[in-house]
Each structure stands twice: as structure tokens, then as C-alpha cells.
Design a protein around this ligand. Structure first.
Ligand code: DHB
Ligand code: FE
Length: 304
């Protein structure tokens, strides 16, 4: 339960940022998609920080270690005043552009996920990323994700079964799935895509079996016209993530798996800017002749 003070503080934050998921931005700039990701983060906070207490010893340890790491970089690389001022300006730009969720999910989340994964069984997880939206359309398997009438892309039939760690079916498991379209854009964060497009919450059958029909997504490009993109290009890196499906797989009494599935032979599998690819998560769909590709992937949920 939040205290009265926390509730007042949250209400103040909601007044500034809006408590609900953002509408699609009106123009296709990175600053808009960054700001959308920030507003969405405040309203959805999938891994909520609520209940985290400010243990002084822990804060002291982490803050010292973080500042120490920064000081080491400065000393080791003899960072100059102009470089320090450029860094300050860039940090301010990331905040003003609302790109912190985007930046942190691309460059930092994978390390946090690796720490969490050390204590997990079941299907391998990977990063959530900034584009999850809750409360999407509820569907029963076999399901077709909402798509535009002229949705471009190779049709994909994705099937599988959700079991527990003993191999027993998990009846009625839920697969919350979201993905980019064939241009690499996510509904809710890019203009001109209907709300809820290529997003759905699919309930599996009594055997935990599911079938989801969608299209194969395209690789995703970190917006290049904002401060995150400016850093990427200034450093001579590439801004791409390989094509992927996002999933949250859940069932009562089980730990929810947050993961992504990739496509064998796709670009950027070996150079994901977000470092979130794991070999266990690469699908290899087969062509079935009518232009559709099919693939099976089973999920294993450990007890909560
Ligand atoms: C980002 C985008 C993604 O689609 C993803 O899966 C992870 C991170 C990003 O832009 O931060
Ligand atoms: Fe993504």
C-alpha cells in the first residue's frame, strides 16, 4: 500500500505525465516515440518499483559503485572539460526528449535481465523493452492478432504448448504478445498505426496449447533523430535490433516469463544493439507453400 505522501506524489506525477497509455504521436519523430515510451513507462511499469524500500546501505553501495565507475572512466580516458560539458548536454537532451526508457532498455536492461535469469528455471527470458502496453484485446486460441486489412508481411502461424517444469500442461495459460509491423514500427508509439495493431492477449486451451496467426515482423531501428540515435551515430554503431516477437507468458501460480522470439537467418541476430538475443530464442519457421510460414515453440513456466 502506498502511504498518503506517496499517493500525493504519484497524483502529482500523473498530472504532469498522464496516468494512461499515450495516444499515437502526431508526427514520426524520435522525440515523440521517446516521449511516448516515457509516458507508457510511467503508466505500465511492468516490473513495478512500488514496495522497494530505500535501504541506506544498499543505496550507499550502489551509488558509490556507480559514481566510482564514472570516475574511473574519466581518469582512465582523461576526459576533458569540453567532453564533460557535451555529456551533460546530452544527458539533459535524453531527459527532455523522454528517451530514458528507450535508452535504458536498449543499453542497460540486458544486464539486469541476466542477473534475474541466474535464479530462474523454465523458458529463457530476455528484455521487456519500452513498447509493452497492457490491456490489449483478449483472444482465445486459435487466435489472429488484430491487423490492418492490408497489413504487409509474410503470414506466420505460431503454435505451441505451455507446460510446467515437470512437462505437465498448464491449462488456460495466457500469452500476451506484441510486435513491430513489416516496417519495424509498434502500434501505440508510431503514427498512423491503429491502436492495438499486432497486439493481443491469447488464452491457450485446456492442454496449454495455442495457435497465433500474425505476420513476421521486420527488424527494429532505434529512432535515429533523437539523442539516443545521436549517440549511436556519433559512436559509429548501428541502430538495429533483429526482427522479434515479444511475449509475456503467464498462468496463476507460475512465474511470468518475459521473452522475445527471433528468426533464424534474419539480419542483426549477431549484432543486436540491445544485446538481447539468446540462441534458445531463435525460431526457424518453415514455408508451407501458400506463402504462410509455420513454427512451433513450447514454453515452460516454473512455479511462482
Ligand atoms: C527497444 C525497442 C525494442 O523493440 C525492444 O525490443 C527493446 C528496446 C528500444 O528502442 O529501447
Ligand atoms: Fe521490441
Amino acid at each position: 500500500m502506498p502511504t498518503a505522501d506517496e499517493a500525493v506524489a504519484q497524483a502529482a506525477v500523473d498530472t504532469l505525465t498522464g496516468p494512461t497509455a499515450p495516444d499515437s504521436p502526431a508526427s514520426p519523430t524520435a522525440v515523440d516515440s521517446g516521449a511516448s515510451a516515457s509516458a507508457s513507462f510511467r503508466s505500465t511499469d511492468q516490473y513495478s518499483s512500488a514496495g522497494l524500500t530505500a535501504d541506506a546501505a544498499r543505496v550507499d553501495t550502489l551509488a558509490r559503485a556507480l559514481l566510482g565507475a564514472v570516475h574511473s572512466v574519466i581518469t582512465e580516458h582523461e576526459v576533458t572539460y569540453p567532453e564533460f560539458q557535451a555529456a551533460k548536454k546530452w544527458l539533459m537532451d535524453v531527459g527532455e526528449g523522454g528517451e530514458w526508457p528507450l535508452f535504458l532498455d536498449v543499453f542497460v536492461e540486458h544486464a539486469v535481465e541476466a542477473v534475474a535469469a541466474k535464479h530462474q528455471e523454465g523458458t529463457v527470458g530476455t528484455i521487456l523493452g519500452p513498447y509493452y502496453l497492457p490491456d490489449q484485446v483478449q483472444l482465445s486460441s486459435p487466435a489472429t492478432l488484430p491487423a490492418r486489412p492490408d497489413e504487409a508481411g509474410t503470414p506466420l502461424a505460431f503454435r505451441g504448448q505451455v507446460t510446467d517444469t515437470t512437462g505437465a500442461p498448464v491449462p488456460g495459460a495466457v500469452l500476451d504478445i506484441w510486435q513491430a509491423d513489416e516496417q519495424g514500427y509498434y502500434s501505440g508509439f508510431a503514427p498512423d498505426i491503429p491502436a492495438g495493431n499486432l497486439r493481443g492477449v491469447v488464452t491457450a486451451d485446456e492442454q496449454g496449447c495455442f495457435e497465433i496467426r500474425t505476420i513476421q515482423p521486420a527488424p527494429y531501428q532505434v529512432p535515429t533523430d533523437g539523442p539516443t540515435g545521436a549517440l549511436i551515430s556519433a559512436a559509429g554503431w548501428h541502430p538495429w535490433r533483429p526482427a522479434h516477437l515479444h511475449l509475456l507468458v503467464s498462468a496463476p501460480g507460475r512465474r511470468t516469463v518475459t521473452t522475445q522470439l527471433y528468426f533464424a537467418g534474419g539480419e542483426y541476430l549477431d549484432s543486436d544493439v540491445a544485446e538481447a538475443v539468446k540462441p534458445e530464442l531463435v525460431l526457424d519457421p518453415t514455408d508451407v507453400g501458400d506463402g504462410t510460414r509455420e513454427v512451433t515453440y513450447d514454453f515452460v513456466l516454473e512455479n511462482a
